[in-house]
Design a protein around this ligand. Structure first.
Ligand code: NAD
Ligand code: G6P
Ligand code: MN
Length: 441
């Protein structure tokens, strides 16, 4: 069987060890020759790389690892690029969350003004990765998790229309695992789902077992009472901010009782509640820096100091399984049904054909083939049109270096109360993002 070469871009990411462990778990079905790590912060990447090297030597010595900050070295002769960069790192996520909150607006990594600011940083970062891949491995596919995925996807659709980049999100599969647990199933893989929307902005319309029986009435009943809460033991529920997000889905679900919503819709439908329940001094970025980031880097440091990964607490997760399943679907033409962020182009009949939507696709060696969703109701359609407008304006603002369009984008976001507040936030964001954004005129 062919052995694959994989580049993990954003090698210094907190998710890199989980993806490597997942790749090792799949080696029988998806053999690997070399894993390369690429990052533009060599020092951060080194800790992860040195630990992963020890881990690989112990668990899969036939797989080689190379870490580099040199694009030619990192992108030459690879089959897949698994990308998860965070341009500006956690320090800038903190700004994305705290600046809007200072003005009484939702402060969130991917939604509202924070997501827009992050989008303006991510676009050039991801375009650069796409260009490296096309230059050094023109046949390769990029499987991209880098956020904000909605804006990144619109940017690559428009600015790199022929590139082989597939944008994905792990929120639906995370929620599906909780739904499966509440249904008494062993995993989300026992279900088939109908879903439509934008990234971090969508709805499940049906969930079936593998025999085709709808489970939806059980699902809507549970979510209408408890949101996505389970018995409290899931990893997400162990984190207080995720726990309240999962429960809040109940208040989102009542707006359309026949469907169940993506958790991120709460930021658009209950922005006042979200702001009132946010700590302006200590946001999710602070929690993650003190939690996941600290844990991953301490674990990697311990592996390096001990010279072994035998005792490590590093684990694989669903986030990693999804991207590996996607690579397998392309490599072996498995025709797996997966949610992907793709150009609408008729999938949702009564919606902008050029919008990047999140819908079920059949994935094979030619990439995703989207399934037809049909017509969607006025409530969802209207919300989505407003949000697509925001995402498209951000990409136009980036392309044209336009202050006006970025102001329009922030004003149009459902999370923002007025053009005045939008302008105040924008001016603060420009100041904070000087090192990353193009100059706006
Ligand atoms: P992280 O900060 O730990 O890692 C990101 C890495 O990217 C850092 O090591 C950083 O140095 C590197 N980087 C930044 N800019 C770069 C550039 N231009 N070129 C190369 N490397 C660059 O972040 P994390 O928490 O591990 O998250 C990584 C990314 O994955 C984020 O964008 C996050 O939002 C995203 N993510 C997406 C999903 C999804 O559902 N799509 C799920 C989880 C995480
Ligand atoms: C979900 C979303 C991602 C997002 C992440 C944030 O997984 O799908 O797009 O990046 O949550 O989680 P965090 O733990 O970093 O707040
Ligand atoms: Mn996501």
């Amino acid at each position: 069987m062919k052995k694959f070469n994989i580049t993990v871009a954003g090698g210094g990411s907190t998710f890199t060890p989980g993806i490597i462990l997942m790749l090792l778990d799949y080696l029988d079905e998806f053999p690997i020759d070399t894993i390369k790590l690429y990052d533009n912060d060599g020092e951060r990447q080194k800790t992860i790389a040195d630990a992963c090297e020890i881990l690989l030597k112990e668990r899969a010595p036939e797989v080689s690892l190379l870490a580099s900050t040199n694009p030619e070295e990192a992108f030459t002769n690879v089959d897949f690029v698994m990308a998860h960069i965070r341009v500006g790192k956690y320090a800038m996520r903190e700004q994305d969350e705290k600046i809007p909150l200072k003005h009484g607006v939702v402060g969130q990594e991917t939604c509202g003004p924070g997501g827009i600011a992050y989008g303006m940083r991510s676009i050039p970062g991801v375009l650069e990765l796409v260009d490296y891949m096309e230059k050094y491995s023109p046949e390769a596919w990029m499987l991209n998790y880098s956020n904000p995925a909605a804006i990144v996807a619109e940017a690559t659709r428009k600015l790199r229309p022929n590139s082989k980049i597939l944008n994905i999100c792990d929120m639906p599969i995370g929620i599906e695992e909780l739904i499966a647990k509440n249904l008494g199933l062993s995993s989300r893989k026992e279900m088939e789902v109908d879903y439509y929307g934008l990234n971090h902005f969508g709805w499940w319309t049906d969930i079936r077992d593998k025999q085709g029986n709808s489970l939806m009435s059980k699902v809507t009943e549970h979510v209408s009472q408890h949101g996505y809460a389970t018995d409290g033991t899931s990893e997400l529920e162990q984190q207080e901010s995720w726990n309240s997000t999962l429960k809040k889905a109940r208040d989102v679900q009542v707006l359309d009782p026949a469907t169940v919503p993506n958790t991120y819709l709460k930021y658009y439908l209950y922005p006042d509640y979200e702001v009132a329940h946010s700590n302006k001094e200590y946001t999710r970025a602070n929690e993650v820096m003190a939690g996941r980031e600290k844990f991953i880097f301490e674990e990697c440091q311990a592996i390096i100091e001990n010279g072994t990964a035998e005792e490590t607490k590093l684990t694989i997760d669903e986030h990693a399984s999804y991207i590996v399943d996607l690579a397998k679907a392309i490599a072996f033409n498995t025709k797996e049904r997966m949610l992907m962020i793709v150009e609408n182009n008729g999938a949702i009949i009564n919606f902008d054909p050029t919008a990047m939507v999140e819908v079920p696709c059949i994935v094979g060696s030619k990439g995703p083939e989207k399934l037809v969703v049909g017509e969607i109701p006025r409530f969802q359609k209207s919300l989505m049109e407003q949000q697509v407008g925001v995402e498209k304006l951000v990409v136009e603002a980036f392309e044209e270096g336009s202050y006006q369009k970025l102001w329009q984008a922030i004003t149009l976001s459902k999370t923002v109360p007025s053009a005045k507040v939008a302008k105040d936030i924008l001016d603060d964001l420009i100041e904070a993002n000087k090192a990353f954004w193009p100059e706006l005129k």
